[in-house]
Design a protein around this ligand. Structure first.
Ligand code: M6R
Length: 367
């Protein structure tokens, strides 16, 4: 049932070209220039006229939510806030019937997310679900929603569910943007064509980085700390990369927006600190270059995720992982793949139980 892979996690990482494709199937109609999503379309005025959209989630799904905020604000120009479900529910949040609350949950059973949704519903908000598990509790109590269709995810560390969540959020942002008139037709058409090709990009990145990342991982088996840095859309991708490593390898890792480095974490950098930097060309590249210079001046070990043909960051980095160039909004999907592989192989070389890490459960049904 692991399809020849040693672990479910690796199988699920490799399933991503298909799972992303499945998530778009029947929704993204490139030739017609249409995104079909009944859950959004039936309530499109609620979204359009919302005071704000509040995204609630936990863990990896919360990271997807942060990227959702960038997407929806950039393309649909609707204000978005992203909250940890556990914080939101206990702080008497200000919610009205003009708000739209989106819950993101792979399992659809997370206790805090469920409770936060119930609260939002009581206060009259329109509640929308993005779940992977069909007919799960969250899917059932929401007013409407979109399933991710990533297929069953068995590994405790979420991988294909995450990229499927990003795919759904991208579709929602583009659909709302087109409807609101904040995303012009020409840009819409070129973005959806690019989105349609993302499964291919992911396939490509799996092929070109698998062995390379496996080798890089060998050098970090004894690391005790890691920093992950990114900017813009790739700041949440950095958080997610760090979470993956923590969960399965038990190495302490932190994700940071790269510019925050000088507000504290830079003090940690010495020759023993590995730093993963996500630095695609379309994503504040020049700013990242200076972050890398600051790190190298302190002898940090840089593992850089860059676009093919990159020179500036690559010339300074200790390890270079190349990914294909995309519009910035798609880069977290593509960049996440080698980071999943890196966490996976470090954990495997440390002899950790990758699919069932200690202390963790696939769905957290108690708060
Ligand atoms: O099922 P959910 O998406 O609601 O789960 C939320 C988190 O518990 C989950 O993403 C957790 O952080 C994963 N183990 C991450 O890999």
């Amino acid at each position: 049932e692991k399809g020849g892979y040693e672990h479910f996690m690796l199988k699920e990482i490799f399933e991503q070209p298909k799972s992303i494709h499945d998530t778009m199937r029947g929704r993204l109609l490139v030739d017609e220039g249409v995104i079909k999503m009944a859950g959004i379309w039936d309530h499109v005025e609620r979204f359009k006229n919302a005071n704000r959209i509040i995204i609630i989630a936990c863990g990896t799904s919360w990271h997807a939510g942060l990227i959702g905020e960038y997407l929806i604000e950039e393309y649909a120009r609707i204000p978005v806030e992203v909250e940890y479900a556990s914080e939101f529910r206990y702080r008497n949040p200000i919610i009205t019937d003009k708000d739209v609350v989106i819950a993101i949950s792979q399992s659809g059973e997370t206790a805090d997310t469920m409770a936060a949704l119930k609260l939002a519903k009581e206060k009259g908000a329109f509640i929308y679900g993005i779940c992977n598990v069909v007919d799960s509790s969250i899917a059932r109590i929401t007013d409407a929603g979109s399933y991710t269709h990533a297929g069953p995810e068995i590994g405790v560390a979420s991988t294909k569910a995450f990229t499927a969540q990003l795919t759904i959020l991208t579709l929602i942002a583009f659909k709302l943007g087109k409807h609101n008139g904040t995303l012009g037709n020409a840009e819409f058409m070129s973005l959806i064509a690019e989105l349609d090709a993302i499964p291919k990009r992911v396939e490509e990145v799996l092929g070109t980085t698998h062995e390379l990342v496996q080798n890089i991982a060998k050098d970090f088996v004894n690391a005790t700390n890691f920093l992950y840095l990114g900017r813009g859309y790739n700041y949440p991708a950095a958080l997610e990369g760090a979470l993956k490593l923590k969960e399965i390898s038990y190495i302490h890792a932190e994700g940071y927006p790269a510019a925050e480095m000088k507000h504290g974490p830079i003090a940690l950098i010495d020759e023993n600190m590995p730093i993963v930097i996500i630095a695609p060309k379309k994503g504040h590249y020049d700013k990242i270059v200076s972050n890398v210079q600051e790190i190298k001046a302190r002898k940090g070990k840089v593992i850089a995720v860059v676009n093919k043909g990159d020179q500036q960051v690559s010339s300074m980095a200790d390890y270079v992982i190349e990914i294909p160039e995309t519009s910035e909004c798609f880069s977290p999907i593509v960049a996440s793949v080698p980071l999943q592989l890196l966490a996976y192989y470090i954990a495997v070389y440390r002899g950790a139980n990758v699919d069932q890490p200690r202390n963790l459960a696939k769905s957290v049904t108690v708060e």
